[in-house]
Design a protein around this ligand. Structure first.
Ligand SMILES: Nc1ncnc2c1ncn2[C@@H]1O[C@H](COP(=O)(O)OP(=O)(O)OP(=O)(O)O)[C@@H](O)[C@H]1O
Ligand SMILES: [Mg+2]
Length: 237
C-alpha cells in the first residue's frame, strides 16, 4: 500500500513547553491508524501539526510523498487533508445545511458539492431529515455526525478525527467508531485519535500509543490487544 502520510521526528512546542518529542509514524492509503493515549499525551497537538495549525520546531511532514511542513493550512485542506477537531467545530447557530455549505469553501469541495452532499446524506439520513434544523439543537451523536459530514464534504484523501467518541453515550460512541470502518470500506484513509483504546483497537488496522509526547508503542491492533503493557495500562486487565 502506498504511504499517504509520513510524520518524521517532529518536535512541537507551546512557548517553552515541549509537547512532542521526536514523534514519527505513517499512514498508508486505505488504512485506519489509531493514535492512542491518555489526557495530555499530545494527540491533538499531533493532528494540529499535520493540519498546519501548529509548526514543528524540527522534523518533517510528508503527504503524498511531498514535504508539506511549511504549507499553509488551507492548502493542506485543498490537497485533501480534513481535520475533525476536538469539540467538533460546528456552527451551533447555523442549520445543518448551512454548516455543510460553509464547509465547502475550497475548490476541491465546491466542484462536486451536490454529488458529495448526496453521498453524505446517504451515510447520515438523519442529517438529511434535519437539514433545516439549527445544529446546536441536534443531539451529541448527531452533532458528531455533522462534524464528520463537514469533513467529508471536502472529499478528503486523509480524514483525521480527534476523539469522535468523546462525550457520547456508550452506544453512540460505539456507532461513531464503527462508522470509521464503514468509511474505510468506502476507500477513505483515516487517522483516528482516541482515548478509548478498547474501541479503537476494534476498528484500527494499526495503532501508535503516545505518552507525554513520545510514541511508546506501535503495532497492529491484534498485537497491541495482546500486549501486556497495553492490557494493564489501557484495557484494565
Ligand atoms: N495551547 C496550549 N498551550 C500550552 N500548552 C498546551 C496547549 N495545548 C496543549 N498543551 C499541552 O500540551 C500537552 C499535549 O496536549 P494535547 O492537547 O495535544 O493532548 P491530548 O493527547 O490531545 O489530550 P486530551 O486527551 O486531553 O485531548 C499537554 O501537556 C497540554 O497541557
Ligand atoms: Mg486532545
Amino acid at each position: 500500500m502506498a504511504e499517504l502520510l509520513k510524520v518524521e521526528n517532529i518536535e512541537v512546542f507551546y512557548g517553552e513547553f515541549q509537547a512532542l518529542y521526536g514523534v514519527s509514524f505513517h499512514v498508508d492509503e486505505g488504512e485506519i491508524v489509531a493514535l492512542l493515549g491518555a489526557n495530555g499525551a499530545g494527540k491533538t497537538t499531533t493532528l494540529k501539526t499535520i493540519s498546519g495549525l501548529l509548526r514543528p520546531r524540527s522534523g518533517r511532514i510528508l503527504y503524498e510523498g511531498r514535504d508539506i511542513t511549511h504549507t499553509p493550512p488551507h492548502k493542506r485542506v485543498e490537497a485533501g487533508i480534513a481535520h475533525v477537531p476536538e469539540g467538533r467545530g460546528i456552527f451551533p447557530w447555523l442549520t445543518v445545511m448551512e454548516n455543510l455549505k460553509a464547509a465547502a469553501y475550497v475548490k476541491r469541495a465546491r466542484e462536486r458539492f451536490e454529488e458529495t452532499l448526496e453521498f453524505v446524506f446517504s451515510l447520515f439520513p438523519i442529517l438529511k431529515e434535519r437539514r433545516d434544523q439549527q445544529a446546536g439543537t441536534l443531539s451529541g451523536g448527531e452533532q458528531q455526525m455533522l462534524a464528520i459530514a463537514r469533513a467529508l464534504i471536502l472529499r478528503p484523501r486523509l480524514l483525521m478525527l480527534d476523539e469522535p467518541s468523546l462525550g457520547l453515550a456508550p452506544k453512540l460512541a460505539y456507532n461513531v467508531i464503527m462508522l470509521t470502518k464503514q468509511l474505510r470500506d468506502e476507500g477513505y484513509t483515516i487517522l483516528l485519535v482516541e482515548q478509548n483504546v478498547r474501541l479503537s483497537l476494534k476498528v484500527a488496522d494499526r495503532a501508535y500509543v503516545l505518552e507525554t509526547g513520545r510514541i511508546v508503542k506501535e503495532g497492529s491492533s491484534a498485537e497491541l490487544e495482546r500486549d501486556p503493557m497495553i492490557r494493564a495500562a489501557y484495557l484494565g486487565m
